[in-house]
Design a protein around this ligand. Structure first.
Ligand code: 5AD
Ligand code: FES
Length: 330
């Protein structure tokens, strides 16, 4: 698909049904009916950056900051094992207190003691630090580029450099990580053309995983009062990502479930093959409020496990076997 056709497919005036159906078919044929469950631990909400969209941005006085201890992170990973998840995703803000060295020590313990596949989502670091984290036992890394539009990126991420973001993605690949990236759909000022460019970039970067969610305006950020993205736009992006990348792992994201109670289910029916149930300690969940209305903040890990299994049952899908590593390397 060329840029022009992608723009047309993304346009609200175009019926998305044929794209959704094709994406569902490609998903079934390339990655099957299995859905990989990745347990998400939000282990620190400290962040040194001030991204305009994000609730845990530095300087937001409303955030009650927390940082899990290595023991607490390990306990979450053990919960993941108990719930029969095969991957733990360790996500945090860009916490200046946590050096790559201390993070690597935690990764090593989690790996040795649980044997889980480990995904990190901890932002921008040096090539050397990425290599250290990979050597410590982390298998995958998520770093969304958020938007391919340089101007929009620079406006929304005043502390970040557009080129460095992509340098990081290259370093991660060089370090041997399975690499995930992604974007938000419906950012203020984001055009259909730039979303089409996001899709083409997913393909060009040959990503192992692609995460997409609607932008949800957060009242405690500079984008308070902005118009949020729609589920429809995010679903079109998911479907087109599936059609373009064929076998990338694509999650039905929490943000989709947060703007629509059926959001994740709909995503699973138009290309998605991954769910990331929250396994963070319930007491801290409300403090990881990237956007308002985030689901699962009152639930315990077991409740989310029950919820996603019921969801899969209702959709006629099943938990996938195995770690759910990249389909690109096999
Ligand atoms: N709305 C939707 N998604 C958001 N994220 C951060 N803030 C918001 C928001 N207000 C997403 C970003 C980030 C991921 C962890 O959460 O894409 O990469
Ligand atoms: Fe958490 Fe449904 S996944 S309650």
């Amino acid at each position: 698909m060329q840029r022009e056709e992608l723009v047309k497919a993304l346009s609200p005036d175009t019926d998305p049904a044929p794209y959704f159906d094709l994406a569902d078919k490609v998903r079934r044929e390339t990655v099957g009916d299995g859905v990989h469950l990745r347990g998400l631990v939000e282990f620190s909400n400290y962040c040194s950056r001030r991204c305009y969209y994000c609730g845990i941005r530095a300087g937001n006085p409303k955030v009650r900051r927390y940082r899990l201890t290595p023991e607490e992170i390990l306990a979450c990973a053990r919960t993941a094992v108990q719930l029969n998840y095969k991957t733990v995703v360790m996500q945090s803000g860009e916490d200046p207190y946590l050096s790559a060295r201390s993070l690597a020590a935690i990764v090593e313990r989690v790996k040795t003691e649980t044997g889980l596949a480990i995904t990190l989502s901890v932002g921008e670091h040096s090539a050397e630090d990425y290599r250290m984290l990979r050597a410590a036992g982390a298998d995958r890394f998520l770093l969304r580029f958020e938007t391919s539009d340089r101007k929009l990126f620079t406006m929304l991420k005043p502390d970040s450099d557009y080129d460095n973001r992509f340098r990081c993605l290259a370093w991660l690949k060089d370090a041997g990580f399975q690499v995930g990236s992604g974007v938000m759909a419906g950012l203020p000022g984001q055009s259909l053309e730039s979303l089409a460019d996001d899709l083409l970039l997913f393909k060009r970067l040959d990503l192992d995983m692609v995460g997409i969610g609607p932008f949800i305006a957060n009242p405690d950020t500079p984008l308070a009062g902005a118009v949020s993205g729609t589920l429809d736009a995010a679903l079109r992006m998911v479907a087109l990502t599936r059609i373009l990348t064929k076998n990338a792992h694509i999650p039905a994201t929490t943000a989709m479930g947060s703007i629509d109670p059926q959001g994740r289910q709909k995503a699973l029916r138009c290309g998605a093959n991954v769910l990331m149930p929250n396994i963070s300690p319930t007491e801290h969940r409300v403090d990881y409020s990237l956007y308002p209305g985030k689901i699962c903040t009152g639930e315990a890990p077991e409740q989310c496990a029950g919820c996603v299994d019921a969801m899969l049952g209702a959709l006629g899908r099943e938990r996938a076997e195995g770690f759910g590593h990249s389909m690109k390397t096999v």
